[in-house]
Write a protein that binds this ligand. Sequence first.
Ligand SMILES: Cc1ncc(C[n+]2csc(CCOP(=O)(O)OP(=O)(O)O)c2C)c(N)n1
Ligand SMILES: [Mg+2]
Length: 703
Amino acid sequence: MADGYARASGKVGVAVATSGPGATNLVTGIATAMLDSVPIVCITGQVGSKMIGSDAFQETDITGVTLPITKHNYLVTKVEHIAPTLREAFYIARSGRPGPVLVDITKDAQQASMDFEWSDAPVRLPGYRPDHRAREEDVRRAAQMIEAAERPIVFAGHGVVKAGATALVREFVEKTGIPVASTLLGLGGFPATHPLSLGMMGMHGEVWVNTAIQEADLILALGMRFDDRVTGNLKTYAVHAKKIHCELDPAEINKNVRVDLALVGDVKDTVSELLPLVAKKERRGWSGRIAALKGDAAVHDIQSMPHNGRLFAAHVMHDLWRITEGKALVVTDVGQHQMWEAQYYKHDHPRKLVTSGGLGTMGFALPAAVGARFAMPDEEIWVIAGDGGFQMTACELSTIAQENIKLNVAIINNGYLGMVRQWQEFFYNGRYSATPLKSPRLREARRGARPHGPPRDQARRDRRDRRVGAQSSGHGGHRFPRRARGQRLPDGAGGRGPQGHDSQAEPPRGTRRRRVREDNVMTIKPPSLRTFIAYVEDLPGVLNRVTSLFRRRSYNIESLTVGRTHTEGVSRMTIVMEADDDAARRIEANLYKLVNVLKVEDTAQSATVARELALIKVRADTATRPQVMQVCDVFRARVIDVGVGALICEITGTGDKIDGLVDVLRPFGIVEMVRTGAVAMVRSAEVVDKDVSSSREGSRDAA
Ligand SMILES: Cc1ncc(C[n+]2csc(CCOP(=O)(O)OP(=O)(O)O)c2C)c(N)n1
Ligand SMILES: [Mg+2]
């Protein structure tokens, strides 16, 4: 609900839940908001601060659970921290790339009381950098690339909607004559009925859109993240196109697709800077080519086919669009119906489609529509759900009844988990395992949700409900993506093409002989050991947050040391791991995204000294002790404890030096060893005299 509210209104949505099971019930909703960058604040109850960690009744470590799926989270144990924390939470949720923030408040903090004054001063979070601005010279370069392009395409993503850049993008597009392809979440960011609108791209997009992308020589991607549902097979994706990526989150740059130019900043700012630098153009040849692609497809469009007395879901979507004059706010669930809606309901305005994109959360629609209703009390709202997804959150009908909420619901009752059935048909020889559905009597559910009876002014709408809502299209009306059987959808962004044409399987006309750029995909270079230094706020949970980032991305940390710095409240982490240049850049960008990370240094970028401490217990009896001690002496290792059969030595130095000592001591028998992992420090620019200790050590080692 909070998510639906936020998407429809552009404001921060709020969800409140009790401790334990109430909090864990929020998890799917939080993950949904995280993947689609939706600003929500979730407030959960927690057991009393003295009980934390004791497995108390209804205790869950919800900050731990939600750590990887929140932009940030807090555990508040003191009443005086509640107000400032909530202020920060709202600020973090809505600023920069928005996202979910969770605030877990202990029972004692909730029950205590205090006087407080609400401060309107800006929130100060030293490690949080939500704003970025594209560099002027990069914007100029982008303008030149746009001028030089013959077959450019603009990608309109969710960022266009979020930044409120719709009007500006339209102005830019009309000036430059560049056609626009939209992502699912970008629908409505550019008017679907505009002559320059191509429609939705990607796996479920129209074939002409994907073909045009494959033929394009320039992609200007605005506020989107090259999701795998958009690109399909990266090796063959838009290989002829140069790519400019306008994106607020630096960690998205070069994540999936290598781009030629990154404009890191808010889409609205970037496009407004770009606008005066581009010339007015009509691109007759290119738009003619796209019109031809589109024209071919239209003949095969389901809208042009006879229905033979059957009700096809696509026709329902089209009718709904026609009857609501395209003005309704539509909230969809996840599945085939979602894709049909995306194709046949032409969204001309932003924030009129609320749908779960990144996570694809079934059960999203009904509660999200309730939230959207609170955001938009006067709009006509339609829920479009599948018979499967609707049942997942049908309990919200009680909320709808309780709050006396008006919603129109269309259930595409095809008797199947249709989207999965489609995959079973295409790729698993039609083994329809667990996809046939038996639904409750959905019409009756409708009556149940309206305990006070329909308001009179709704009578006309109700008649329309009966025509297009809650209808069964029957299994016969089950429409699969319009492509030949056996074609590999997941591999390419081939789209649901009427001709079943896979734009990636076959190079589009006129492109066959062009040179294919090999550098589209992030190439894996042999990794080497890299050392990162992160200065972090000395707060509980920060270490967890940093390491979670590495775990999620399957990076194996070679060593991690944490210690104090000379600055009060600031700790320093030294992380050593294998990483190539691309990975290192992404690690740095992702570390910077963590709110408590103040500064990151990738030591490969600068001259650094790195040292490690090791304690080694090695077998040494009266016969071997002199030899062992001699070895230690050569390596300048200090013997710090001598026992009957063993001694302990201590060595500080580079990892290589310690490795060397370990190799020499191994034949004597190493009983136990501990290494701290490296700590590192970037050399000061003023120090001209090299690292004195290392040159001294070097000479000793050589000796
Ligand atoms: C919570 C959840 N479980 C499973 C899935 C995988 N999934 C994606 S679409 C789909 C089928 C949806 O069926 P239905 O709601 O009837 O919609 P249809 O595809 O038939 O239009 C499933 C199971 C999911 N996205 N979310
Ligand atoms: Mg279904």
